[in-house]
Design a protein around this ligand. Structure first.
Ligand code: DON
Length: 532
């Protein structure tokens, strides 16, 4: 059974005249209560908005605290200390979610803020019936994380969840009430900030009251690219997602210009897109990081001549040797996503996370919410992979107040200014593959919404060498051909696509069947001329 707590609340907001941004804010806060493994107020994310023909990209990614430093995860011999950026208080960046929701509301909200936070307060105070998969996941995580760091207190808060039983979170309810009543000051200043900073001091964490007060969600220019007759709008740095999705789609087309189009999920198709992935991830590791700290060459990475040059390196007959793939410029498992379209055709694509499931395993004592382990998305040391196998260097090294590089790729695809696709997924670096393949499934293969999200997908990211991770369901001949070419196959599926697609003039919505999400398409009596 899918969980529909947040989809239900979002539907109610839309049905009572709220717009897509109102619905997104209410959904985000509900997810902080009912999806503790990923929904959050202790994490961050990206919200992409299409409203009244304009596009807006909101960066509410976590940032490193002032006391963070480049080598903070290394021991005296310069080796990465296992788990330090993943569990316990040192794993957390300064949370961005509350500031993000507030910014979105200030600019685009139409319903009163308190009304949008209230459903989450109710669910935290009154409790909700725990879905069986959440109970299983929480108890497995409680065992796994025990003893990983002295500050880990996950089991005390979430260890006793029972499937079907009502689960109340009184401390979280009190924190949400302060947010409801005081806006961002209810989190970044006053009582909640004091509780967080005191907890950090007690546990030798780094986040201070000053760090919280300094946090800002930022409006940035989204990545916008023309691809075929469509406009792809996606996440800008500090996400790598938008650049990577566009590079992937454009290099695919370049390759098709000189070669026959391979069948969906054939070995030729997987190999072609894996070849592209090698180049995309080599660039990601070298050039991408927080643009406020590192000059990310966005225009160069997306320039037609550059894409053509990189596509020219693809080897469609054999696997390009991994160590030979260098960045190309000549210069010098848990996140959650929701997609919403409202009655006026406005859209929100929002991906939010505390990084891995249940984040750092640390609940702020007295405030009742889980803190992220997003610091692991920085590069702790050049050449050493993070939890998603991603490499990085100077562009993504830890610095005070810097945002760690992300793969979250909330994306909206427009045709003639109207919403064609709203898409996004969790999955760390695999997010990028889920998103670009959802676009290909819709545009290149004309699939309906459910097929778009449920067709087996695959991911290749340069390192580990020649590994293709894929969903079960690829046919045996495809797998055998790929293995014969030299690929190693890893059948741990990934992602949880939440897609809205326009087909034949109608909107269809689908949530990946293997996940816990739910969709709902509601019909609203529409007096306005601009209704869909
Ligand atoms: O920002 C990122 O790319 C990661 N922190 C996202 C984490 C994620 O998707 C985990 N989900 N399975």
């Amino acid at each position: 059974m899918p969980d529909s707590f947040s989809a239900d609340v979002a539907s109610e907001v839309l049905a009572s005249g709220g717009n897509a941004v109102d619905a997104a804010i209410a959904a985000q806060f509900v997810l902080a209560v009912t999806l503790p493994e990923a929904g959050n107020i202790g994490g961050g994310g990206f919200m992409l908005i299409h409203k009244d023909s304009e596009q807006y990209f909101l960066d509410y990614r976590e940032m490193a605290p002032a006391a963070a430093s480049r080598d903070m995860y290394l021991d005296d011999d310069g080796n990465v200390i296992p788990n330090l950026s993943l569990y316990g208080v040192l794993a957390s960046g300064v949370p961005g979610t509350v500031a993000g929701m507030w910014q979105a509301h200030q600019r685009h909200g139409t319903k009163p803020w308190a009304e949008l936070v209230e459903p989450a307060v109710k669910l935290a105070a009154g409790g909700f019936a725990v879905p069986a998969p959440l109970a299983r996941y929480a108890s497995a995580f409680a065992r796994k994380v025990e003893g990983k760091h002295p500050s880990v207190n996950f089991a005390r808060y979430f260890g006793a969840m029972e499937a079907g039983e009502r689960f109340r979170q009184p401390e979280l309810a009190a924190t949400l009430r302060r947010i409801r009543d005081q806006g961002p000051d209810g989190f970044y200043r006053g009582e909640t900030a004091k509780i967080i900073a005191t907890f950090m001091r007690k546990n030798r964490g780094l986040i201070t009251e000053a760090d919280l007060a300094a946090y800002e969600a930022k409006w940035r220019e989204p990545i916008v690219a023309h691809w075929r007759d469509l406009q792809v709008v996606s996440a800008a740095p500090p996400s790598s997602g938008g650049i990577a999705v566009v590079q992937w789609l454009k290099m695919y087309d370049r390759a098709l210009a000189a070669n026959p189009r391979p069948a969906h999920n054939s070995s030729e198709y997987l190999h072609l897109l894996a070849e592209v992935g090698k180049r995309v991830f080599a660039d990601r590791a070298e050039y991408l990081g927080d643009p406020d700290f590192y000059p990310v060459p966005v225009a160069e990475l997306l320039a037609d001549e550059y894409i053509a040059m990189r596509a020219g390196e693809l080897n469609l007959a054999a696997i390009s040797p991994t160590p030979a793939i260098q960045p190309g410029l000549q210069e010098s498992e848990e996140t959650t996503h929701f997609s919403i379209v409202d009655q006026w055709g406005n859209a929100v694509s929002n991906t939010t996370t505390i990084n891995l499931g249940f984040g750092s395993g640390v609940v702020v004592d007295g405030a009742g919410f889980l803190l992220n382990d997003e610091m692991d998305d920085f590069s702790a040391k050049p050449g050493v992979a993070n939890a998603f196998g991603a490499l990085g260097g100077e562009a993504n090294e830890v610095q005070p107040f810097k945002r760690m590089l992300s793969s979250m790729s909330p994306t909206i695809v427009l045709r003639d200014g109207n919403v064609k696709i709203v898409t996004g997924s969790p999955g760390g670096t695999t997010i990028i593959s889920s998103v670009y393949q959802s676009i290909l499934n819709a545009v290149e293969f004309g699939m309906d919404a459910q097929k778009i999200v449920d067709s087996p997908r695959f991911h290749h990211q340069l390192w580990p060498r020649d590994v293709i991770r894929h969903h079960t369901g690829l046919d045996a001949a495809t797998r055998a051909e790929l293995q014969a070419m030299g690929y190693k196959l890893d059948d741990r599926g990934f992602g949880d696509l939440q897609v809205i697609v326009e087909r034949h003039g109608q909107l269809e919505a689908a949530s990946q069947s293997s996940g816990r999400g739910a969709t709902s398409v509601i019909s609203i009596e529409c007096p306005a001329k601009h209704c869909l």
